[in-house]
Design a protein around this ligand. Structure first.
Ligand SMILES: [Mg+2]
Length: 343
């Protein structure tokens, strides 16, 4: 079978990243403060400041459906997911460049809407879209965003600092984005939920709200030990903090912050809402760890600055204990299910 070519599909997203990581030479460069393996890369900018850079592509048919999603939502989300990665380091987003891959049938109105969707929130996320590049493609439409942020070097929050005994915290609610996707896939349920529930859940999926201000407050206090954003799903993303920090963790299932809207839809759809919170993904909340004594200070600071709740959902354990899910009457291994864009 020597002449059979290996393909990316047989690898899975994270194995592929590991393979490509081995081809990079960036670790030799003294200006690289944080290289591959975190939410964003960080580069020395002088005078105690750093650049925070990241890129992320959204492909039609993979990240958003070919029909039924407005250009406005596509633009909003493409910028939001990149801004979220800067927020996850504790940085302030500043500038973005956009690359579009456009096939001949894409309506011009759809492209106009994309820019309207990006501009609508750019100011509140403190980011300016500078320009970019357009290419013709025979494949699906795609939008790739490259974002640049800034931060103080002393405020950087990596994934690798979690300590045994730290609490695990999350901003806002978990599972709304997955519940929103469920609602979009089951249009017959629209008339059975309130308008508010429909808007809250579908907007969580289509127009996520990156936690820029919360991330800055958390990083500037120097109390949290590790942070990342939840893009794939809690059950998968906590694994990244644990492997980067050399620790294990237990998640308290009954403490997961699930919104009234997600609970309402879950009971209507006969779905376990904890499934959405643990394995659904795309919530773009911040996931962080901090010593128990720092938790009330962080909660109060984030609430005062942004009105956002910060909920303890688990504890960091020794590495040999692995990843656990504590249910009401039992503790089981935390399943490794999570979204993989190549599978
Ligand atoms: Mg991320």
């Amino acid at each position: 079978m020597d002449n059979v070519q290996e393909t990316a599909g047989g690898f899975g997203e994270f194995a592929l990243i590991e393979r490509l990581r081995s081809k990079l030479r960036a670790s030799d460069n003294p200006d690289v403060v944080v290289g591959i393996g975190d939410d964003a890369a960080i580069i020395e900018a002088g005078n105690g400041k750093c650049w925070v850079i990241s890129c992320d592509v959204q492909v039609q048919g993979t990240h958003f459906p070919s029909e039924g999603v407005s250009g406005f939502s596509v633009g909003h989300k493409a910028l939001a997911v990149n801004v979220s990665d800067v927020a996850a380091m504790g940085g302030t987003p500043r500038f973005a460049l956009i690359s579009l891959g456009v096939h001949g049938d894409v309506p011009l109105a759809f492209l106009d809407e994309i820019y309207e969707g990006m501009n609508a929130k750019a100011e509140s996320w403190e980011v300016v879209v500078l320009g970019g590049n357009v290419t013709r493609t025979e494949g699906p439409f795609f939008i790739d965003v490259f974002v640049v942020g800034m931060m103080e070097r002393e405020d950087i929050l990596r994934r690798s600092g979690a300590k045994v005994g730290d609490q695990i915290l999350v901003t806002g609610h978990l599972g709304d984005a997955a519940a929103g996707l469920y609602l979009l896939n089951h249009p017959e349920l629209k008339s059975k939920v309130s308008d508010e529930t429909h808007t809250v859940l579908t907007f969580a999926q289509l127009r996520p709200h990156p936690r820029v201000h919360e991330g800055k407050v958390i990083s500037s206090l120097h109390l949290a030990t590790a942070m990342m954003d939840i893009s794939d799903a809690l059950a998968g993303d906590i694994r990244h903090i644990c492997s980067a920090s050399g620790v294990g963790a237990v998640i308290w299932e009954h403490e997961l912050p699930i919104s009234r809207s997600a609970l309402d839809l879950a009971s209507l759809a006969h779905v376990d809402p904890e499934e959405w919170a643990l394995y659904g993904g795309e919530d773009y909340q911040l996931l962080l760890t901090a010593p128990v004594s720092a938790v009330p200070v962080l909660q109060e600071a984030v609430r005062t600055a942004s009105g956002t709740t910060l909920t303890p959902i688990g504890e960091i354990l020794e590495e040999r204990k692995g990843l656990l899910l504590q249910k009401i009457d039992s503790t089981v291994p935390l399943e490794a299910r999570s979204w993989d864009h190549l599978k």
